[in-house]
Structures are given as C-alpha cells and as structure tokens.
Design a protein around this ligand. Sequence first.
Ligand SMILES: Nc1ncnc2c1ncn2[C@@H]1O[C@H](COP(=O)(O)OP(=O)(O)OP(=O)(O)O)[C@@H](O)[C@H]1O
Ligand SMILES: [Mg+2]
Length: 273
Amino acid sequence: MRATPAPDLMLEPAYDPAGSGRDPIGTSTLANKGLNVRHGTILTLEDINVSFDGFKALTNLTLYIGVGELRCIIGPNGAGKTTMMDVITGKTRPDNGVAYFGETLDLTKMSEVQIAQSGIGRMSVFENLELAQKTNKSVWASLRAKLTGEQQDRIDEVLQTIKLDSSRSRPAGLLSHGQKQFLEIGMLLVQDPQLLLLDEPVAGMTDAETEFTAELFKSLARKHSLMVVEHDMGFVGSIADHVTVLHQGSVLAEGSLEQVQNDERVIEVYLGR
Ligand SMILES: Nc1ncnc2c1ncn2[C@@H]1O[C@H](COP(=O)(O)OP(=O)(O)OP(=O)(O)O)[C@@H](O)[C@H]1O
Ligand SMILES: [Mg+2]
C-alpha cells in the first residue's frame, strides 16, 4: 500500500495534472479542455444538504476530489453515496451547499445535460439494464452512437482499452455482464470526461473481470479523475489511494484504506458488521 499523506493534506490534489503517466486512450489534451482547475481541485462539495420528505440523505457533506485522483467512496447502505453522485450530475438538487466542477462551474445551476457536456461522466449498474435491451446494436455502434466524426477516431483506442476489440461487431446484448460494464465504461470514455463517477462498477463481475477493472481504473487515473463507489473491499484495496467513508449523509472518515479500516467509528458502522 502506498504511503499516505498526513490527514490534513488529504483534501489537496493527489497528483500533478500534467503527470507523465501513460495515456491509454489518447486523452493527453485533457488539461487543455478549458476546465479551470487552477488549484488542482476538480470537484468541490461543501456543506451539501439533501432531504427527501424530511429525511436527510446528505447532511453538511463536504468533500474535495483532486485532479487525476482515484477516490473510493465506501459506507453502509443508505449512507448517501448514490445521492451524492445524483447531486454532482444534477439529477438531484441540494437544498443548499456548494458544488463546483473545477473553479468556475456551479453544478447546482447547470442542467444534467450541461453537466455531462462539461466533462462529468457517470456509470451506474442500472444503466446496464437499458443496454441489455439493445440487443441489435453492435459494440462498435454503441460506442459510436454519441460521437461526431473526429471523435470516432477514439473508438479503436477505447475498444482496446476495454478489451472489446475482437467483439466490436457483436450485438451488445450478447456480451457477458462484465463486458457490458466495460462497454458502459467505454461509452463514457469516448466522450472524454475529465471526471468519471462509477457507482458499484464491479457488482456482479467475475473475479477476473474485477481484476481487469482495477487495472483499467488505475490506468485511467491521472488523465481522468475517478470517484468510485464500491462495497467490494478487495477491489477497493486494489485501487485505492484515498478512501472516503460516508455515514448518514456525512463524511465519517477519510484516509488510506488502512487508516479507515482501523478507525473505530468505521468498524462500528460498516466494516465490523
Ligand atoms: N428519491 C428518494 N426519495 C426518498 N428517499 C431517498 C431517495 N433517494 C434516496 N433516498 C434515501 O436516501 C438515503 C441515501 O440513499 P443512497 O441511495 O444515496 O444510499 P447509498 O449510500 O447509495 O446506499 P447503497 O450502498 O445501498 O447503494 C437512503 O435512506 C434512501 O432510502
Ligand atoms: Mg447506492
């Protein structure tokens, strides 16, 4: 496991945005896409509150993601993890609080479409159900669907990245569950998002697919920022630099996986069950 910065530094960016890591899908121009990330923070959430009919799903949630960071979010069922992603993507409006993408884009004032176009891509297990029904559309056509001409050059690279190159002509509906997940990730990648939100990406995957997903996410970090919600602690352990534990709509703990695993409060509400 990597050395971890002191806790008070953890809210700062984890990586140099111009880092020299390999760029598997040709996204090296990302830093020039116009998002202002001057202070190295790609996502700012401060004092976010969300309530549903009086039930508080998020309570003064404050969390920062650095440019190029791979952040894992864990926490018990109902902790507010998916709701947090809904706030980031504009699906759910917070009652109050601050949500910024980069320095200048106020997510609370943007539509879901504007947020997606600005460079935040989201994948959730549920979208798979939709994909599974598109049995006639090929893998290649699925990737191509949302693209303009010049972006289509990216398809071959993305197909290799998600290991579906040899399945490009297969109907997407015939892919294995894990391959559908990879195709979903590929559909995000062709759009070149700077921030990827992944909600339980390895749910239902085989061990081999889970291992590949870990490698894939590690290869995407630095050039992209990733926020990964996952209950599979083995998977979290294999990718995590930083882990944030949510509980009852707030951050309970933050640090390396080892640090949060040894936190008595985390053991009590989540890991120790
Ligand atoms: N649209 C909604 N209306 C009412 N309550 C909601 C709504 N969405 C979420 N909630 C409630 O908010 C709380 C947080 O839910 P959320 O789905 O964000 O949790 P989670 O951390 O993603 O849990 P899980 O690990 O089970 O996916 C839960 O108690 C849930 O029932
Ligand atoms: Mg959830």
